[in-house]
Design a protein around this ligand. Structure first.
Ligand code: BEZ
Ligand code: FE
Length: 288
């Protein structure tokens, strides 16, 4: 086509694509370009504004490294990561939520009843629950990969005072589907905001805070793997998570209890002398 116009350019783009293209690639590229062109037309995008968009992408690429995933972070704060999660979350299961960049593969095994708090300060949190199928039956031998921040709001990979796997544990539940562990209460924290994504947050008048949470990846044979997070109901950022990860069914309640209410059968049973927090949160997995 030699007579490309602002009105036909979207169709011209499509006409340049080969008939041999993979159908899904064609569908996605056509959709992406249709929406980009419609956006430029609708907003009457100027050269300066277009250049700023390109500079944003260049800034993300410049800062990207093994420890800094600015493009994913951009997707997170723009709500795209959460939208994709929600589009593919099975309504019969516990809701999924963002994985985030701080999961470390190969976490050491954590026995049911094990302790992740060790000598870290802050209140003891006893978290437990049952991993169930959609009929409510416990799923034996399910695996739950757990990670969270230390009480200072930092993940192990961000903090020289923690070892690689601190506040990470991989638990295989028994026949009763029950998981249980003690830990330090996780803290709210900010996503990295010293790069291009921080500039977007600033431009929107937004803060970079996430409410405190426990991350879980729950797996069992014959079931869909669930990547999720759970949040305490009293967290000040619950209603304004900067990455849009909160769902109603992922909100839990910490109940404060006296030391003498601490149950038997945990690694630290008999050693607890202070009030502690307790939460029960069952997880439902959908069939594969
Ligand atoms: C996290 O929960 O670890 C996380 C999620 C998205 C962006 C940054 C951190
Ligand atoms: Fe997190």
């Amino acid at each position: 086509m030699r007579n490309v116009t602002k009105d036909n350019i979207t169709d011209v783009f499509k006409s340049y694509m080969s008939a041999d293209m993979a159908p899904r690639t064609r569908e996605l590229l056509e959709g992406l370009v249709e929406h980009m062109h419609a956006f430029a037309r609708e907003k009457n995008l100027t050269h300066d504004e277009w250049r700023q968009g390109i500079a944003f992408l260049e800034g993300c690429a410049a800062i990207e490294s093994e420890d800094r995933h600015e493009f994913v972070l951009a997707s997170d704060v723009l709500g795209l990561s959460s939208l994709v999660d929600m589009l593919h979350s099975d309504p019969a299961s516990t809701s999924s939520s963002v994985l985030g960049p701080f999961h470390v593969s190969g976490a050491p095994p954590l026995a049911v009843g094990g302790d992740m708090k060790r000598d870290f300060g802050g209140p003891i949190l006893l978290a437990e629950g049952v991993i169930r199928d959609t009929d409510g039956n416990p799923i034996p031998n399910a695996e739950i990969d757990i990670w969270q921040t230390a009480p200072n709001g930092l993940y192990a990979s961000q903090d020289d005072d923690q070892d690689t796997f601190s506040f990470h544990g991989l638990m295989t539940v028994g026949e009763d589907g029950r998981y249980a562990f003690t830990t330090a209460k996780p803290a709210e924290y900010t996503v990295p905001s010293d790069g291009p994504v921080g500039a977007i947050l600033n431009a929107c008048g937004r803060h970079p805070w996430r409410p405190s949470h426990l991350h879980y990846i729950v797996k069992a044979e014959g079931f869909r793997t669930l990547v999720t997070e759970v949040f305490p109901e009293d967290d000040p950022y619950l209603d304004q998570d900067t990455v849009f990860g909160v769902r109603n069914d992922l909100v839990m309640r910490y109940v404060e209890k006296a030391a003498d209410e601490f149950p038997d059968g945990m690694a630290i049973s008999g050693k607890v002398q202070e009030r502690f927090l307790h939460v029960n949160f069952d997880v439902t997995l959908a069939k594969d």
